[in-house]
Design a protein. Structure first.
Length: 287
């Protein structure tokens, strides 16, 4: 059986001695550093670090590491976390009629690529819409939304998140706009996927709008949800070149593929502790 790996993340004001203090604490507790990333944002004078470590032998104590970090964190004003990489995140998935992103997440979850426990699936469409995805055994909630029912349904969404102790909510093409209140309550723990173009097209049939305007690139953006619609801190993006040969149906098909890839990648980055918030942007420590 392989040794446990732990993921340490640090955000703090930048000053000399941070790396030395962290490294010495790990060394004194018998740890091996397996992966290390750091970034000094000179614009904000903020320091960001992600380390992966394990113990040299079975006598190591993660509690001793945590206790050793407390005075360091106080000295350097750190926001920090240490998480066992084997610990599974509890996740709520939300989806509307388009199921390609949900299908990709479920596939990667089932083959073990996404270490998550799906605590609930929430949709404004009935469960029969997704019969082909074999959701048996997963807690499914049909919460249809109208202007009259939206406040009550959002209260139910939040209840489900809290009751299932979910750490993360993923909007896997959930096509209802969250209220400012719910967006604020899920801040930093809700990821959305958005079709992104240059220029950006809002409203119905964005791919048809892109075709009509002669767009040469289509893409998708995964970001954290904020009250500013589709303007939250970005985690991951991708694009694909298209041409006048592509029909609106071609754009829709290619767009689905980009959306599901980008969302699953963003989710993976979040689960691995690779995404650190930096105000309205993010620091993403890719492999």
């Amino acid at each position: 059986m392989s040794k446990a790996h732990y993921i340490l993340t640090v955000i703090c004001p930048n000053r000399p001695g941070i790396v030395a203090a962290v490294s010495v604490n790990l060394f004194n507790n018998g740890c091996n550093i397996l992966e290390a990333h750091q970034f000094d944002d000179t614009d904000t004078t903020r320091f960001f670090m992600r380390l992966v470590f394990n113990f040299s032998d079975d006598a190591g104590s993660i509690e001793a590491v945590r206790q050793g970090f407390e005075p360091i964190a106080e000295q350097f004003q750190m926001d920090w976390t240490i998480r066992d990489s084997r610990e599974r995140h509890r996740v709520v998935l939300m989806v509307s009629k388009f199921d390609h992103c949900l299908a990709d997440i479920l596939y990667n979850w089932r083959i073990g690529e996404l270490p998550i426990d799906i605590t609930a699936i929430i949709s404004n469409h009935p469960k029969s819409t997704f019969d082909h995805l074999q959701l048996n055994g997963l807690d499914f909630h049909h919460l249809p939304v109208t202007s009259e029912t939206k406040p009550a349904q959002e209260a139910e969404i939040l209840r489900i998140v809290e009751d299932t102790r979910a750490e993360l909510v993923v909007l896997a093409r959930y096509m209802q706009i969250l209220s400012d209140d719910l967006s604020a309550k899920l801040s930093g723990r809700c990821i959305n996927i958005h079709h992104s173009f240059l220029p950006g097209f809002k409203g119905a049939k964005p791919y048809h709008q892109a075709k009509a305007r002669g767009v040469k690139l289509i893409g998708a953006t995964a970001h954290y949800v904020t009250a500013d619609l589709d303007e939250g801190p970005i985690i991951e993006q991708d694009v694909e070149r298209i041409s006048h040969h592509d029909s609106p149906a071609d754009l829709v098909r290619k767009g689905r593929d980009i959306e599901r890839r980008v969302l699953t990648q963003a989710l993976s980055f979040h689960l691995e502790g690779r995404v650190l918030m930096n105000g309205s942007t993010t620091v993403v420590f890719r492999q």
